[in-house]
Design a protein around this ligand. Structure first.
Ligand code: GDP
Ligand code: MN
Length: 347
């Protein structure tokens, strides 16, 4: 509308950028960004950093997803900053609504009871977590890609990324990459572990006793979940991991159990428990060299050979150094320390 343009006239002037080249990088990969129209400016800030730190040299494409149509204004101001092709998609209603087996009255009561937990009373947050757990990788706009890098509005990239993380992952045949790990809020996942144990009992053949990372999330007894998870607001991963029969069986099992709505299961613990069951440690990579901040929690490179002229972060404020991080435990995990789930199968 003419009004919207008038409101942003100074911005238009400030954005007189040169035309952007857009030859995509060598791997079939993209950024995937689920975002609301009102998050435009927070997202612009993140994309600008991602471009300046990395993508101005690689021009990977962007896929923007929303449960509502993007406004023209959103698309216009975002594409001023994206050096790769940008596509904008709407999430299909089936991927952002209640499945028929969910008792919506029970879901309302659960939300009221969780008023004291972060996002505990939010309905949309639950749809978001369920979408990121079970559906994003099925979106038609992602069909052509092998890897994705998840980005959120408001995150910061604090170091130059002088190499291509997608190529890094592909060359090493890596499946899942993270920057930050931590412990989940217990009140959001009261029955997630018991449901995961039931799933392993129902489908024992899906967990390879020699190729898993269960030792990161539980102990030999498999009794309890230690709440460790990869923080999924940053992920660089293979889409076919999520599209696999195993992962889909796990998601469907969780979805049937209803905890996305009756509790507040996050996509981070869901992705992480799936990685723990289905991936050996060697397929998971900690991008310790990527400077990244989400809601004041950050990863800042700590290696002795890091050139801090290329970073704006303080390595001493690395979340890795703090108690709730599980990355030290991840690093310490013995590569062959897969857990045998046969104990679960005894009556
Ligand atoms: P947090 O990281 O757990 O604090 O949750 P966020 O509010 O950052 O949400 C996670 C991601 O989902 C971000 O990329 C948000 O932009 C996006 N998101 C959250 N809720 C919605 C929603 O209702 N609609 C859309 N389109 N995106 C959402
Ligand atoms: Mn976030």
């Amino acid at each position: 509308t003419p009004n919207a343009t008038a409101n942003h006239a100074p911005l238009e002037a400030a954005l007189a950028l040169p035309p952007l080249a857009s030859t995509a990088g060598p791997v079939k990969a993209c950024f995937v960004i689920l975002v609301r129209n009102r998050e435009l400016f927070a997202l612009r800030a993140s994309i600008r950093q991602l471009e300046d730190r990395f993508n101005h040299k690689y021009h990977y494409p962007y896929v923007f997803l929303n449960d509502e149509p993007f406004t023209d204004e959103f698309m216009r101001y975002i594409t001023r900053f994206t050096s790769g092709n940008a596509t904008f998609g709407v999430v299909p209603t089936e991927h952002w609504s209640y499945p028929p087996w969910i008792d919506q009255q029970k879901a309302i009561i659960a939300r009221i009871k969780m008023g004291n937990v972060i996002y505990g009373s939010s309905e949309s947050y639950r749809h978001m977590c369920r979408f990121n757990s079970g559906f994003f990788y099925h979106h038609p706009l992602l069909a052509e890609y092998e890897y994705y890098w998840r980005v959120e509005p408001g995150v910061d990239f604090t170091c130059d990324i002088d190499y291509d993380p997608f190529v890094y992952m592909k060359q090493r045949d890596l499946t899942y990459g993270f920057t930050i790990s931590m412990k989940e809020i217990a009140e959001t996942v009261p029955t997630l572990w018991e449901t995961t144990r039931q799933f392993m009992r129902a489908r024992p053949g899906l967990v390879d006793p020699k190729r898993n990372t269960l030792g990161w999330v539980t102990d030999q007894s498999l009794e309890a979940y230690n709440l460790c998870h990869f923080w999924s607001n940053f992920e660089i991963a293979r889409l076919d991991f999520f599209r696999s029969e195993k992962y889909q069986a796990y998601f469907d099992y969780l979805d049937r159990a209803g905890g996305f709505f009756y509790e507040r299961w996050g996509d981070a613990p869901v992705h992480s428990l799936a990685a723990a069951m289905f991936l050996p440690k060697e397929k998971i990579h900690w991008f310790d060299d990527i400077g990244y901040v989400h809601q004041k929690i950050e990863n800042c490179p700590m290696d002795s050979d890091v050139n801090y002229d290329k970073c704006t972060c303080n390595p001493m404020s690395n979340f890795y150094l703090l108690m709730p991080s599980c990355t030290r435990e991840f690093k310490a995990l013995d590569a062959d320390a897969s857990l045998d789930i046969s104990g679960l199968l005894k009556p």
